[in-house]
Design a protein around this ligand. Structure first.
Ligand SMILES: NC(=O)c1ccc[n+]([C@@H]2O[C@H](COP(=O)([O-])OP(=O)(O)OC[C@H]3O[C@@H](n4cnc5c(N)ncnc54)[C@H](OP(=O)(O)O)[C@@H]3O)[C@@H](O)[C@H]2O)c1
Length: 267
């Protein structure tokens, strides 16, 4: 039996721990969590997660330790759990902007470390996770376990750390672009007389269904788009407006601006 423990069970830590407990609880894994406000553990306890008081106690009983506190708390939390760290532990940080080098420094090279970057759909069990598996202290079974754990929570992609900013600009920030597009579509629906709640339900189902179709069909996205546009029909009239406004170019510019800002922030 392996134990996965999470320190900081807020939005992201709670979603990761809850998702893992739902999928893997009783299947060779046990789960525990420690967070500053103990009441936050109640919904996780219902999923079979054991609440542990104290970061050090958690680190002593967990084989895999997920750090899901805010980035400015990472150094203090790792300092607290140092006595429990060793080669047999695996430390995974999801803190934005905390590099692998920094993680190795604060953990004094006592155990293998992994840097992970989730996006907010992880809160709904459909996240995209980048994991940096470049720490030389990682063993093959550590790498396999990280991919298996995050793989049950959504899409998990091993990525060199130098690609993390690009990943953040495209996928970390991605939900904001998608929600902006959804908001525009809901506004259009309201303009056409749909009540706002109904327009929102319709638009959410539209994005969900379109994503499912794009995920399962091998055609180029342009072909899927073309398939909706009958000659002389209403869809092509709408698409012509988007093409004139340069929607695709705008999206490229948005992602490149986010990437540039991300690199600026790293300096
Ligand atoms: N949310 C995102 O979209 C996102 C995306 C990528 C990465 N991340 C990363 O995920 C991490 C968590 O973010 P979040 O949005 O989940 O924040 P959050 O909801 O504020 O969760 C952080 C949790 O850590 C707890 N905490 C603080 N200090 C602690 C300590 N010393 N020991 C134990 N628990 C402690 C907090 O307790 P209290 O409830 O008492 O304050 C809170 O529940 C951050 O490092 C962030 O960079 C988040």
């Amino acid at each position: 039996m392996r134990t996965v423990g999470c320190i900081g069970c807020g939005n992201m830590g709670g979603a990761i721990l809850g998702g893992l407990a739902d999928a893997l609880g009783g299947k060779g894994y046990a789960f525990c969590g420690h967070t500053r406000t103990p009441e936050r553990m109640a919904p996780l306890a219902e999923k079979g997660v054991t609440a542990v008081s104290g970061a050090l106690s958690l680190a002593q009983c967990a084989d895999v330790i997920v750090l899901a506190v805010k980035p400015h708390h990472i150094a203090a939390v790792v300092e607290e759990i140092l006595p429990a760290l060793g080669r047999d532990k695996l430390l995974i940080s999801i803190a934005a902007g905390i590099s692998l080098k920094r993680l190795r420094e604060v953990s004094r090279n006592l155990c293998p470390v992994v840097r992970c970057m989730p996006n907010t759909p992880a809160l709904a069990g459909k996240g995209v996770f980048a994991v940096c598996l470049e720490d030389e202290a990682l063993r093959r079974e550590n790498r396999d376990e990280v991919l298996a754990l995050f793989g049950v929570l959504g899409l998990c992609l091993p990525l060199p750390e130098e690609r993390f900013t690009a990943f953040s600009a495209l996928i970390g920030a991605g939900p904001a672009y998608v929600f902006a597009m959804m908001q525009g579509m809901v506004q259009a629906g309201v303009t056409l007389g749909f009540p706002c709640r109904e327009a929102r339900r319709l638009v959410v189902a539209l994005f969900d269904g379109s994503a499912a179709l794009a995920g399962e069909r091998p055609e180029h996205l342009a072909q899927l788009r073309e398939a909706v546009c009958s000659p002389g029909g209403l869809t092509i009239a709408g698409i012509n407006v988007l093409d004139r406004a340069g929607l695709a170019g705008l999206l490229v510019e948005a992602v490149l601006a986010a990437d540039a800002r991300g690199r600026e922030m790293e300096e």
